[in-house]
Design a protein around this ligand. Structure first.
Ligand SMILES: [Zn+2]
Ligand SMILES: [Zn+2]
Length: 347
């Protein structure tokens, strides 16, 4: 085994503590990544909350990171030591099912192996995430980080970025599209940048006027205050695609009503059971959809697109020793728009 260092959850104190960790020795198809930057995702918060009731499990969060290849397995041809790379929230899948064959490993029938809290497909060990100095990953689930992308600001592209990229692509968003993005956080701000980069006319839907200036700076042309019935009525049947990034339980009806005929409301992440008045779908032949994470081909395509269009996340970079403060602020939504941890203090 290979020794490394990382931030491991302590269920007694509800905090992450700096601990010595072990990584597996390289398999023929593995690469070793020295992690430089890791984004802080809402999923990390949820995992920590869930961990409190599972004191026996080992939890090291972190599933959107960039770094440098330090070593490659004997069968690896597409990576070399020194290559800048990126890894997201999936590190393996069955590779055989219909979803994997379609390049949608995120929907793998056997459930993809998550970057942390998953079970390694070969030895059954629990995967430990990117809040650490080193990660060993099969080369299939690492991506070359294109030149020109800032390695710190690119880290959130690997989870938040691909999560918004997949529905924009699947729904055919382009220069003739009108897109609305509900919620301007980690996901939403990247949705605005990507939709705008794809040439779409983009609006932001937010509860108050507070973020109107930021929305404009990100490239949005329109801004709709969701608590103002007049403004909501004015955008009825207007948007080809509505990307809903709101994670708290909420009524989908107001967002369905702003979808144009034959358009789609796509909710990102897991909302749980919802009630939908099907008349809101019938009138205008509207579609309700959901998306999360991304497959290997679209992750690579998304990174290429972002490099071409100069798109990265707006981040607040902190030394990894500040991880507990970052999580505590994220829980209060006190971040514009993503925390990224600098792992160099783990040496
Ligand atoms: Zn995530
Ligand atoms: Zn599969």
């Amino acid at each position: 085994m290979r020794p490394t260092t990382g931030w491991q959850a302590d269920s007694a104190t509800r905090t992450l503590l700096r601990e010595a960790l072990e990584r597996r020795d390289l398999r023929p198809d593995d690469i070793a990544v020295r992690i430089e930057y890791c984004g802080v995702c809402h999923t990390d918060l949820h995992a920590l909350q869930a961990h409190e009731s599972d004191a026996n499990g080992v939890l090291v969060p972190g599933h959107e990171f960039t770094g440098v290849v330090t070593e490659v397995g004997s069968a690896v041809l597409d990576f070399s030591p020194g290559d800048p790379v990126a890894v997201g929230n999936l590190v393996d899948s069955c590779g055989m099912c219909r979803m994997c064959q379609a390049g949608q490993e995120n929907f793998c029938r056997e459930f993809p192996t998550l970057t942390y809290g998953g079970a390694d497909r070969r030895d059954g060990s629990t995967t430990l995430g990117g809040y650490s100095r080193e990660y060993i990953v099969t080369n299939r689930f690492a991506y070359h980080l294109p030149a020109g992308l800032d390695a710190a600001a690119a880290a959130p592209l690997l989870c938040a970025g691909v999560t918004v990229w997949e529905p924009l692509q699947a729904l055919g968003v382009g220069p003739d599209s009108t897109v609305a993005v509900a919620g301007l956080g980690g996901l939403g701000h990247l949705a605005v940048k990507m939709a705008t980069g794809l040439g779409a006319t983009t609006s932001v839907i937010s509860r108050t006027l507070d973020k109107a200036d930021e929305a404009r700076d990100l490239g949005a042309q329109g801004f709709v205050v969701s608590t103002d019935p007049k403004q909501m009525e004015a955008v009825r049947d207007q948007f080809d695609v509505v990307i809903d990034t709101i994670s708290a339980p909420h009524d989908l009806a107001p967002y369905l009503r702003m979808v144009a005929m034959d358009g789609t409301l796509s909710h990102l992440g897991h909302l749980g059971p919802v009630t939908v008045e099907t008349l809101d779908l019938l009138i205008g032949r509207k579609k309700l959809s959901s998306a999360g994470s991304g497959g290997r081909p679209s992750t690579a395509a998304m990174l290429h697109f972002c490099a071409e269009h100069g798109i990265t996340a707006d981040i607040e970079l902190l030394p990894s020793s500040e991880v507990n403060r970052a999580l505590e602020r994220l829980a209060r939504n006190d971040v514009r728009y993503r925390f990224v941890l600098d792992m160099s203090d783990l040496d």
